[in-house]
Design a binder for this molecule. Structure first.
Ligand code: SAM
Ligand code: SF4
Length: 329
């Protein structure tokens, strides 16, 4: 079977598919308070176009897709789309990243469709701080999703971006969730994808800084082996049910084994989170390009892939100003 590979010998088997740029929260680190200019609907890939692209990519060795956004569940028709791609032979794993506002009632269907794991964004367990971070009062509905995912036996990962002056005090309460719950709580370094460019990163909550805070509270914290292609460095506290991860998304120490590509809601194909996008698959699809030509364009561009996020960023022609909601995280 064909396996898409990049110019650094890395097998590419994982697609992160952002199905919309719309969102019902306004997370401080992701979007400005007033929101962003959403793309006009015709600029978004239709679900039919996405399904075709997923099929093409699965034929090239992609066997794992993460549905992200924006908030995936604000797009009408998303469950039907997941159902369709769940039938694609060779696509072994569909995972979801969600803010959890609309997700709880859908969890039984996600399970039925074979979704294996849900990444839930949750930066604090304090309702008031949740409001300050997300600028919306939706803490309760998010916690309902937390409960529903565990109740239905899907793998649950919590994604918490750690921000100086915002939620550093939440690191320990979030990590404490692993004491009694089979959940993986992952702390993410903040990246400059907030729709306005870089913050001051002098105070970055880096991987070593987060780890040091954890070790003070959990002196018995132990390192777990890193699964292949993992972006998280994983730890556990002996006797606890869950695990704790740290994702060095800004320090970019995990790029060496990167197996992922990205597709934005408007069809921009990205070979790195930090690149500007290498071409637009929507335009190729809409000009009637054959599957064979799509495949050869994709294979060719992977031969020019940056070795890491620093090289990808250095190749950009403009500074980062995009919001994560238009990329998919
Ligand atoms: N709306 C969904 C959610 O929040 O889970 C999916 C999309 S969101 C863009 C995907 C992930 O990106 C979330 O876990 C979020 O915490 C993370 N993210 C967004 N902006 C970020 C930033 N500036 N730095 C680090 N992570 C960020
Ligand atoms: Fe929306 Fe997710 Fe961005 Fe928060 S992180 S604003 S929930 S897309």
């Amino acid at each position: 079977m064909y396996q898409l590979t990049d110019n650094h010998g890395r097998a590419i088997n994982y697609l992160r598919l952002a199905v919309t740029d719309r969102c019902n929260l306004r997370c401080f680190y992701c979007m400005p308070e007033e929101g962003i200019d959403y793309l006009p609907k015709p600029h978004l890939l239709s679900f039919e176009e996405m399904e075709r692209i997923v099929r093409v990519l699965v034929g090239m060795g992609i066997n794992k897709v993460r549905i992200t956004g924006g908030e995936p569940f604000v797009r009408r028709g998303i469950m039907e789309f997941i159902e369709k791609i769940s039938r694609i032979e060779g696509l072994n794993q569909i995972n979801i990243t969600t803010n959890g506002v609309l997700t709880a009632p859908l969890v039984p269907d996600l399970k039925r469709l074979g979704v294996k794991s849900v990444n839930l964004s949750l930066d604090t367990l304090d309702r008031q701080r949740f409001f300050e971070v997300t600028r919306r009062d939706e803490f309760e509905r998010v916690m309902q999703t937390f409960d529903a995912v565990l109740e239905h036996g899907l793998d649950l990962k919590i994604n918490a971006v750690v921000m100086a002056g915002k939620n550093a005090q939440d690191i320990i309460p979030l990590a404490e969730l692993t004491r009694h719950q089979k959940v993986s709580v992952r702390f993410i370094e903040e990246m400059p994808f907030n729709g306005a460019g870089a913050n001051q990163y002098d105070e970055l909550w880096s991987y070593p800084k987060i780890l040091a805070a954890l070790k003070i509270h959990f002196p018995t914290l132990q390192k777990l082996p890193d699964p292949p292609n993992s972006t998280a460095y994983n730890y556990f506290v002996p006797g606890f049910k869950g695990t704790i991860g740290i994702i060095a998304a800004y320090s970019r120490t995990f790029c060496g084994t990167c197996n992922r590509i990205r597709l934005t809601p408007q069809g921009v194909f990205k070979t790195c989170l930090y690149d500007e996008g290498v071409f637009n698959l929507r335009d190729m699809v809409r000009t009637g390009m054959s599957d064979d030509s799509l495949r050869s364009n994709i294979a060719n561009v992977l031969r020019l892939r940056a070795k890491d996020g620093f090289e990808a960023e250095a190749r950009r022609t403009s500074h980062i100003t995009e919001s994560m909601t238009t990329i998919g995280g």
